[in-house]
Every structure is written in structure tokens, then in C-alpha cells.
Design a protein around this ligand. Sequence first.
Ligand SMILES: [Zn+2]
Length: 458
Amino acid sequence: MEFTTQELSSIAKNFADLFEQKIVDKGERRISVIEHDLRASLQKLAQLIMAELLVELEPERENRIDCECGGELAFERRRGAKIKSSFGWVSYERDCYGGCVCGQGKSPLDESLGIEPGKISPELARLLALVGVELPYEASSQLVEEFLLLHLSENSIREETQRFGQYQVEREERLIEQTEDEVYLQERLRSFSEKEYPQRLYGSLDGAHTRIEDPEETEKWREVKVGCWYEVEVVSPSQRNSRHRKQEEIGQQALRAKKQQYYCDIQSVDEFAPLFWARACQARADFARELVFLGDGAKWIWKLVEHFFPNAVQIVDWFHAEERLEKVAKDAFGNAEKRDAWLEESRSALWEGDVEFVIRACHQLSKVSREAADAETYFENNKKRMRYDRFREKGYMIGSGTVESACKQIVSQRLRCSGAQWKVEGARLTAKARAARLSKNKDWQFLSSMRAGLPLAA
Ligand SMILES: [Zn+2]
């Protein structure tokens, strides 16, 4: 729905005349003040327009209408109500019916438009959740006030954001139920043609801790497990940034992730497994011609991958492996020159896929360095996941940053930002809402539709 300039020009002219009078009365000549006052006035106008519209949209009055219970309701009277919209409170009147034996009343206008009287409108809710997934709730409240000229408490924004997270929980629960049902899985198998199977699909999993301030919880830190399904594309020369050029310098193709689908939870591995499988099915990982999995060295990650996708290519994210070498070098050498030489040599051996060399190099330092001893075990346990020479030859993304950035974007940037204090459930729901928002599928639109009480497309 859009208006032409022509359609609105006479209204604009009238409004401008009114507004100009106010400016003259006030003696105001600063554009900043004029613009701000105009925003406030338009907001007030929008409130009135919305109230008028609601009257216009009232369904035709009837003497009797059906009640949910199967009984009958009779017209009683017009009653006032209000909703908190993105323009502020809108007050309106509508027909109300009552008198059924069940004691329930009804307003056909509210029902047909999906209005919950006294509550926040779906559109305002969507905007609040959008800010709430980005910023701490207190900062959200301040930002909303500037942008919408409305005061909304920290609590309202928290509530709306976490409601989006709760909707995501409900969607995921449904998905888990479906993907544990053999009949559903068989039907699903028939519903896709082979052309729709992903060629090369990537998965990543990671965990990061967040602090919990809950007197009822014994653990102060809980691990948020974050997963991502995605595809990879070659970055065109004109779009390459300094990170891509650096990749190219060391002989790695400039690659980047696309179509990311994020999911997360605060659970044990066993509790998390059904979600892992459900979201894998949603990404069609079980149909993928080739599945590449990136993670750090954490055992739970590879346990899950091996259980559900024994044929997946497993890769320890290059950045994690490299970081490990840096830790050893720092711990084992006091002399900067020796440290750099050791690091340089083992890093290039690792890059060439010579993990045995790296294991020996760590072993030699294991008597003097605890880090080196631990790293030796780490490289030994993960050596088949570090054949970086082969992985590069195949064109796999070996150090996506996606593993890190999924956790970084969800846990570090939102849950761990300063001023944030969490109970487990609040952290969990906020993280889920944020994961949906960051995903490049339709997750966020689905949640918005659920908030608006609209039927879901799929
Ligand atoms: Zn009834």
C-alpha cells in the first residue's frame, strides 16, 4: 500500500499551514527543532488516523453472533479500548457482545484485526524485538525512545524479545518431533527431487560460556552451544577485503559463507542432540552430496557429528589449530627470536598438512611446557581433521571464521555485553531470538508472523 504524492498533497498543505502557525507562535527558526516537532506532531496525527481507521473497519453490527462455546452472544454496547502502537497509545471504540451462558464476551473488530486490547501491537512488538536482539535491554529502551519518541520500559523490550525466542523454541520443538518421526522423514524424502539436494554443505558447532546471575542456579557459568549450517562461495575480486587478500597470499582461495542458518541452546550434549538433528534436516544436511564439518577440538562436537553424519568431512577450524601453536610458542620460549622461528616452522608444516611434524615439535617441548604437552595430545587426537593440504586442494573452507563468528555474534556480542545479567531461561530465549534474526533464511519473518497471529506460510 503506497500513496502517490498527489493523493497526499492537499493533506500535506493543510497540515503545513497548521504547523507553520505553531512555528510562528513559538518563534522557532531552527531546523533541528522544527524537524523534531514535526516528527512528534506526525506521530500524534498517526494515532488519530489509526483510531479513525479502527472505527471505519468495524464489522457490521448484528443482534446475535456465535460464541466460541457454541452458544450465542448478543450486542451489548460500544466500549472503549486502547492499544500501544508504534505511534503510541491509540484509543478507539468498538462493538462488544456478551450475555452468553459461558460468561465470555467478544469484540468482532479486535478479533478480525488481531488486536489484543491494552497490549503492545504486533508491529511495535516486532520493532522492540529487533532492537532487543541487538542491544542490552536498558540501551534498547533509550534507543527506542529516540527513534520512536515513545517510552518503553526495559521490561517490555525484554518481554517482547524473549517472546520471539519462545516462538523459536516452539518451532524447534515441532521440528524435533517431526524429524524423530520415521513416517515424516520418509515423506520428506519423497518430497524433494535430487536437484534440490545441496552439493556441498557446511556445518559448524561451537560453545561459549555466559555468566548466569541466578540465586537458584549453582553454576555461575553456562555453556551456550551454537551451530550454523551454511554454504560457501568464492568472493569475486572486486569484493575482496583485506582478510580475503591475506587468505590468497597464503594460497587459500577467497571464500565466504552464505545462507547461514543459526541455532543454539543452553543444554548438555545429549539434550542438544535432537535440536542438532532437527536443524540438520531443515538445512537438508542429510541429503547433502558432500558434508563438511568445522569445529574446534572439543570432543562433544565430533561425537555428535560422528553419530549423525559418519561420512562428513571433519575439519578442525584453522584458526583454532593455529591459536594452539601460538599458545605453545608463548609458553615455551622466553626468547622472542626462537619463539617466532618455532612458530613459523610449525605453522607452515601444519598448513602443508604435516601434522606429524607438529606433534614431534610439541613433544620436544613437552618437558618444559605444559601447553606443549597438552597440544601434543590435541594434535594427536585431531590429526585426521588437520590434513589442511588435502582440504585446500579440495577447495574446502578450512578457517571460515563462521565457527567463531556464530559464537561471537550470539554469545559475545549480545549475552556477554556489559550490563547484561541473565537467568538461564532469559539468556536462552534471547540467544534464540538473536540466532533467528542473524539467520539468512525466513526464521525471523516466521517469528514476526507468529507474533502477529498470522497463519504460517510453511
Ligand atoms: Zn459462550
